[in-house]
Design a protein around this ligand. Structure first.
Ligand code: NAP
Length: 281
């Protein structure tokens, strides 16, 4: 199998490292010459170019660009593709991407490997990033089954656990467990920065340790990715944020009204439910 990757950043680069380590030939395309050079030196790809034409003879192409560039990249790729070439993307949002990309190309499978770090770019690529991570595939009625099977095989080859759902259900689920935590975590850091007393703020920064590290991790990541997620998954993100605001109000009401029973019930429910969200980790 010959695999193409467009967008040699954290996800595209990590994918290249893992596919190559399984003996699969990988041809990469990125926007900048320097990124292509680093990708070659780091062993992310067998060949790299800024020209999409090099992907002409590939069997599967993974589009790993930022969300806004996924559909435009597919449009630019079309003249170079054989009818058999399968296209898939790794975007963190699926409904808008699958809608626009499936219109451009029937042989397209929406996908989302659910692994990442706070870093970005080719320097951040790392091998083994996807081992035991969920890889969600979101085929629609018109997606050819053989294309879905080929992407599933590639996802399994890099050690992922494959899940299937509709693009809509994907976006609602990741809004809850990925996009909401990102924004809440960023909001937490922002709230601390709002402390007007510099002595208190300085001491807080000195005292912050594992609890703050855990809860602030996803909010301290790549800002461009956070904005792209909010733009592309806007209705679901807004809905989960307003649900969260209601929960905050329940917490405020309980504490303001000294309703310790209510507060304890909320905390007990959270304590009991948490393991259900972490079964795979
Ligand atoms: P990233 O590290 O910034 O990498 C994206 C790369 O795409 C950049 O390094 C850039 O390479 C290249 N690029 C930008 N525009 C391009 C274009 N028009 N044509 C070709 N290459 C282009 O971002 P990432 O975190 O890997 O995210 C990539 C995709 O993965 C996004 O769609 C995101 O939603 C998804 N995703 C991210 C995560 C995560 O946690 N980070 C997890 C799962 C999925 P140059 O250096 O050449 O400019």
């Amino acid at each position: 199998m010959k695999v193409g990757i467009v967008g040699l950043g954290l996800i595209g680069g990590s994918l290249g490292l893992d596919l190559r380590s399984r003996g699969i030939e990988v041809i990469g395309v990125s926007r900048r010459h320097r990124t292509c050079e680093v990708a070659l030196v780091r062993g992310v790809v067998d060949r790299a170019s800024v020209d999409l034409a090099v992907l002409e003879a590939t069997d599967i192409i993974f589009i790993c660009t930022p969300l806004t560039a996924i559909a435009p990249t597919i449009e630019q790729l079309l003249p170079y593709l054989s009818p058999k070439t399968i296209l898939t993307d790794v975007g963190s949002v699926k409904q808008s991407i699958v809608r626009s990309c499936s219109r451009l190309r029937s042989n397209f499978v929406g996908g989302h490997p659910m692994a990442g770090t706070a870093e970005k770019g080719i320097e951040a690529a790392q091998s083994g990033l996807f081992v035991n991570a969920p890889y969600v595939l979101t085929p629609i009625e018109t997606t050819p089954p053989e294309a879905v099977q080929a992407v599933e095989e590639a996802a399994r080859a890099i050690g992922c656990i494959v899940y299937y759902c509709s693009p809509e259900v994907h976006d609602r689920a990741v809004a809850l467990i990925s996009h909401l935590p990102l924004l809440v975590s960023a909001g937490l850091i922002e709230t601390c920065l709002g402390e007007a007393d510099s002595t208190v703020l300085q001491l807080a920064q000195q005292l912050a340790s594992s609890g703050f590290r855990d809860t602030s991790r996803v909010g301290g990541g790549n800002p461009e990715l956070g904005v792209a997620i909010a733009r592309h998954n806007r209705p679901q993100v807004l809905q989960t944020l307003s649900q969260y605001r209601q929960t905050l109000d329940r917490l405020i009401d309980a504490i303001q009204g000294e309703n310790w029973q209510e507060l304890e019930e909320i905390l007990q429910s959270a304590q009991q439910a948490r393991p259900n969200f972490l079964k795979g980790s």
